[in-house]
Design a binder for this molecule. Structure first.
Ligand SMILES: NC(=O)c1ccc[n+]([C@@H]2O[C@H](COP(=O)([O-])OP(=O)(O)OC[C@H]3O[C@@H](n4cnc5c(N)ncnc54)[C@H](OP(=O)(O)O)[C@@H]3O)[C@@H](O)[C@H]2O)c1
Length: 335
């Protein structure tokens, strides 16, 4: 049995971490830490937990205890770097849901996140926690950088293809759509219901910080051509839908491509290969990623759908903890 510290547990992703930790067979106790909401009871912030989790007070992050075995951090970018080094020094297991440790190259933090990375040595020690990729889970480091929500939807859909056919790829265009919860709980005018209802818009065009993360991971599997990535906001609370167009130098038989996907995910309980393009409704509120592949002459179109708060954040984070301890990866997240 383990004890868990959840730092930044009062946000959108934190709420699902609480839900999964509360019902996890091997989690004996957990504490929630935050800044502004410290001192309140959990049920004041999340009335949906009434009758399920009672009398749990949110601790102030200044009083972070060292009693926990595992720490999840669900903080705004630039905050996790303040806590992770000392937790790693104390030999704790750490899973960071933010972007502070996802990139390998410290210089990229200046460009894409706007801060100088203070512990670049940890960037190279971490494990990038894309939990469903085959072979993942054998040598997981004590520091897991949980992938971004868009990168999860893109990489699960693309890595099998890139692994097997990178020499035939001329270029890749990625178009992704997200529900508004992807931006977290802090109020933002452009995300008001009256702004987003009945609306769709592209944002951060050519400058989304998930672009270098996607490129970094694809390059590890041999990708070396052109890539673009455009993100859009959807008028829904949650879910990410991604459509990827792969431009090929020659056609590849559809059967060869689907064999590669079935092979890659044969041991994953959370990636489902579909025979038609997935729908958001099939995956919202679950830890599944649904993928469809279609080929026509020199173009392959891959579509994928995930829940940004679960597969793209808290569900995958719990899956990573399960893998770190060698437990069944589906413990507490099969919903
Ligand atoms: N939302 C998604 O779909 C999603 C998906 C994947 C990854 N992520 C990443 O996961 C992280 C958390 O995202 P979220 O959507 O849950 O954010 P959020 O809803 O804005 O919640 C942020 C949490 O951090 C706490 N916090 C903020 N500033 C703090 C500080 N200085 N010290 C201590 N605690 C502080 C907040 O609590 P108080 O306000 O009480 O201080 C709250 O608990 C982010 O890095 C985000 O990029 C989010």
């Amino acid at each position: 049995m383990i004890s868990v510290g959840l730092i930044g547990g009062t946000g959108y992703t934190g709420k699902y971490l609480i839900k999964f930790l509360h019902r996890h067979t091997f989690v004996e106790d957990f504490s929630v830490y935050a800044n502004r909401s410290s001192g309140k009871y959990l049920n004041e912030l999340f009335p949906e937990f009434s009758g399920i989790i009672e009398n749990k007070k949110i601790e102030n992050i200044m009083n972070l205890s060292d009693k926990h075995d595992v720490y999840f951090l669900a903080l705004p970018h630039g905050e996790s770097v303040k806590y992770v080094p000392s937790l790693i020094e104390q030999n704790k297991k750490v899973i960071d849901l933010g972007g502070d440790f996802r990139l390998d190259d410290k210089e990229l933090y200046d460009t894409w996140y706007g801060f100088k990375h203070s512990v670049p040595e940890l960037l190279l020690k971490k494990t990038y926690g894309l939990a469903d990729i085959s072979g993942y889970g054998k040598n997981v480091s004590n520091l897991v950088a949980n992938p971004g929500c868009y990168p999860t939807s893109v990489l699960l859909a693309l890595i099998p293809f890139v692994k097997s056919f990178s020499e035939f790829i001329n270029g890749i265009c990625i178009v992704s759509y997200s529900g508004t919860s992807g931006a977290g709980r802090t109020a933002k005018e452009e995300l008001l219901l009256s702004e987003m209802d009945g609306n769709v818009k592209a944002y951060n065009v050519n400058k989304h910080r998930h672009y270098p993360e996607i490129k970094q991971e694809l390059m590890k599997y041999g990708f070396d051509s052109y890539l673009n990535f455009t993100t859009h906001l959807l008028p829904v609370e949650r879910g990410i839908y991604t459509t990827i167009s792969i431009h090929l130098s020659q056609s590849i038989p559809a059967k060869n491509i689907s064999d590669v996907y079935f092979d890659e995910y044969s041991k994953s309980g959370f990636v489902r290969i579909r025979n038609k393009p997935p729908e958001l409704k099939w995956v919202v509120n679950t830890n599944f990623c649904d993928i469809n592949i279609s080929v026509n002459e020199n173009t392959a179109i891959i579509t994928s759908a995930i829940d940004n708060l679960i597969k793209g954040a808290s569900g995958q984070a719990i899956q990573n903890m399960n893998k770190m301890f060698g437990w069944d990866e589906a413990l507490s997240i099969l919903c």
